[in-house]
Design a binder for this molecule. Structure first.
Ligand SMILES: Cc1cc2nc3c(=O)[nH]c(=O)nc-3n(C[C@H](O)[C@H](O)[C@H](O)COP(=O)(O)OP(=O)(O)OC[C@H]3O[C@@H](n4cnc5c(N)ncnc54)[C@H](O)[C@@H]3O)c2cc1C
Length: 288
């Protein structure tokens, strides 16, 4: 099933993002998490694509098993930077053979550990090029990323929105946002995107702050701003992990409850493979 049809028929759609375990961990560990998560009746589960390349094969395998064994739609992430056109074509073939109908088409981040990396020498420079290739190849459902506070490489949100509109016009069914902690940023972004003529659903991506150290790194990487209310929680509970987790669950639950009250088309939760905490959040807000 194409995921866009879920947003057309029943809103809000709950979706959950998981990541493949590191290569030195058994693949089965993620299925223990998935078995707990499917009790929440998500519309679909998305599986990230490892930037470093070490877990890439696992994305296809996990996405295929979610669909075949658990009968839940999966969204396989795919990044194009550092891939050749031939490699992308082979991966898309593989996804099709495995019966995966929906992909999250991304550019990916530049490698942090390669000072010689030169984007001008890459066959893919932007996500829209991957979207064009995927659209020409097969009838995939295609999602893409949106950055409500602007992508860190783009100086102006208005320019980022022009690029986003072009990306959507290449054949994107729906967008999932980068994490944000202040819903006003999302509401404002949706208004601005609509004013630019972006008409597809824009799904808010929510990451609960369950661990103070982890969140500082994530914010550094994606450039999300942190409201003073949340910052004071992170400061207060930095060395009290259980209290931090409790406060993070409560913060995310309130954020989602507010989004639901504004009739968003769906909620996409960055689960970080933490099934118990995600279950608590979903139960708090009562989304099904
Ligand atoms: C929901 C979500 C899921 C993600 N999952 C993964 C994952 O599984 N694996 C992973 O490695 N990363 C993932 N990422 C991170 C993502 O790869 C990075 O944010 C990356 O830096 C940008 O990817 P993009 O697809 O948004 O790129 P693009 O849409 O290509 O945008 C990247 C930059 O290029 C600019 N740009 C775009 N088009 C043009 C153009 N035509 N002309 C000039 N400039 C242009 C944009 O303004 C932006 O600054 C995810 C991000 C999100 C929001």
């Amino acid at each position: 099933m194409k995921i866009i049809d879920m947003y057309r028929s029943k809103q809000p759609v709950l979706s959950l993002e998981i990541f493949p375990p590191r290569p030195d961990y058994p693949l089965e560990t993620v299925f223990t998490t998935i078995e707990k998560l499917i009790r929440l009746h998500p519309g679909f589960i998305s599986v990230t694509y490892g930037a470093g390349g070490k877990t890439r094969d696992r994305t296809v395998e996990i996405a295929a098993r979610i669909k075949k064994n658990h009968k839940i739609e999966s969204l396989a992430h795919l990044t194009c930077v550092r891939h050749t056109r031939q490699e992308i074509s082979d991966i898309l073939d593989c996804l099709q053979e495995e019966g995966i109908q929906n992909i999250m088409a991304l550019r990916g981040d530049y490698p942090e550990d390669d000072p010689d990396f030169d984007i001008s020498k890459q066959e893919y420079r932007y996500a829209f090029e991957l979207i064009n290739d995927a659209r020409n190849k097969a009838d995939f459902g295609i999602a893409a990323a949106a950055h409500p506070e602007g992508h860190p490489e783009c100086r102006k949100l208005s320019e980022d929105l022009v690029n986003l509109k072009h990306k959507v016009d290449c054949g994107v069914d729906f967008l999932i946002t980068q994490l944000f902690f202040d819903n006003r940023i999302y509401y404002d972004f949706v208004d601005r995107a609509m004013a630019k003529g972006i008409e597809c659903p824009i799904i808010p991506g929510i990451m609960p702050v369950l661990n103070a150290k982890q969140i500082k790194r994530i914010i550094y990487l994606c450039g999300a701003s942190i409201p003073s209310k949340l910052l004071s929680l992170v400061d207060r509970y930095e060395y009290k992990p259980e209290d931090m987790e409790k406060a993070g669950i409560e913060y995310a639950s309130r954020q989602i409850a507010d989004l639901l009250s504004e009739h968003v088309p769906g909620i996409h939760l960055y689960t970080m493979n933490k099934a118990d905490q995600i279950t608590e959040i979903v139960n708090n807000v009562g989304i099904k």
